[in-house]
Design a protein around this ligand. Structure first.
Ligand code: BV8
Length: 246
């Protein structure tokens, strides 16, 4: 199939979808100026995930991990949604049943107007008490003593899922329920390496869904999807939504 034929098939599938499920990764936020993880120059090129994105790494040096997250929080809160995020919010309004599942922790889908967002890996906009599990959006300000502590005296942590940690039960069950019941799945901006998120599109395909991938590069699942649109999300998604409902 030519690129145009793949694009047309994707638009037609989205336009007739009864239940559209979308899985997004860091690539959809790339055009908002937020680094991805595994590309050249990505986050893990300069940061050791074992030390900075695991509970063991955090407990070993909570101040160092908090300093890293403070920097990421600054870039996330300075970022604005791009046309790719806006297109996802538009789809939620147009498709009879819609599930947006994201691996991203930046909150840009909600900022773009998406209402029901399944956050598989938590959110950098929340902090959580290590002992009580209570959450708050009161992120420490630059200059505050790090690591911040809860009133109960326990360490506070970013409310994100680190490597080796289980994903929120409700999020993972909502995501796999959607994968099992959607008739069309759109996968945007993920290398599909991180598990169990990377398995969601495979589950959808095995349940008979038509799977579309939007990514400028090949990924771990490109050989398994029905159509691939090798373009940036910020340009492809608005065009797809327009063509789907013209
Ligand atoms: C868990 C939050 C159970 C923190 C992150 C099999 C089963 C279960 C677990 C495992 C397994 N195999 C391995 C594991 C362990 C591990 C794992 O997956 N490791 C990987 C490295 C192999 N998984 C876990 O630990 C998970 N926990 O399974 O619990 C358990 C419990 C105990 C013991 C064992 C198992 C937890 C994983 C969550 C980790 N947290 N982040 C933070 O961010 O601070 S991961 C991090 O990766 C982000 O969440 C990110 O979203 C996610 C996935 O990365 P991507 O989004 O795909 O980003 P990436 O850079 O890789 O790719 C970007 C893509 O965008 C590229 O393809 C690029 O081409 C494209 N792109 C670029 N520009 C654009 C674009 N696309 C479109 N438009 C553009 N403009």
């Amino acid at each position: 199939m030519t690129e145009q034929e793949q694009f047309d098939k994707a638009a037609e599938a989205i336009g007739r979808a009864k239940h559209l499920a979308v899985l997004t990764g860091a690539g959809i936020s790339r055009e908002s100026g937020i680094h991805t993880f595994r590309e050249k120059g990505g986050v893990w090129d300069t940061v050791d995930a074992e030390k900075m994105a695991t509970l063991e790494g955090f407990l070993a040096d909570p101040e160092k991990v908090w300093k890293w997250y403070m920097g990421r929080y600054e870039s996330v809160t300075a970022a604005r949604p791009n046309p790719g995020h806006t297109a996802m919010a538009e789809l939620e309004r147009r498709v009879p049943a819609f599930t947006l599942i994201t691996q991203n922790i930046d909150g840009l889908h909600q900022a773009a107007g998406s209402v029901n967002v399944v956050e598989l890996h938590g959110s950098i906009r929340r902090i959580r008490c290590l002992d009580e599990g209570t959450t708050s959006s009161e992120w420490p300000r630059p200059g505050d003593a790090l690591p911040p502590r809860c009133k109960c005296g326990a360490l506070l942590r970013p409310d994100v899922v680190w490597f080796g940690e289980s994903l929120p039960e409700r999020a993972i069950s909502d995501a796999f329920d959607a994968a099992g019941s959607c008739d069309v799945m759109l996968v945007v901006g993920t290398s599909a390496i991180v598990q169990p998120a990377g398995y969601i599109p495979i589950e959808a395909g095995q349940n008979g869904a038509f799977v579309i991938e939007v990514n400028p590069e090949e990924t771990a699942i490109t050989s398994l999807v029905h159509v691939s649109i090798f373009e940036n999300a910020g340009s492809a998604l608005p065009r797809l939504v327009e063509a789907a409902f013209k």
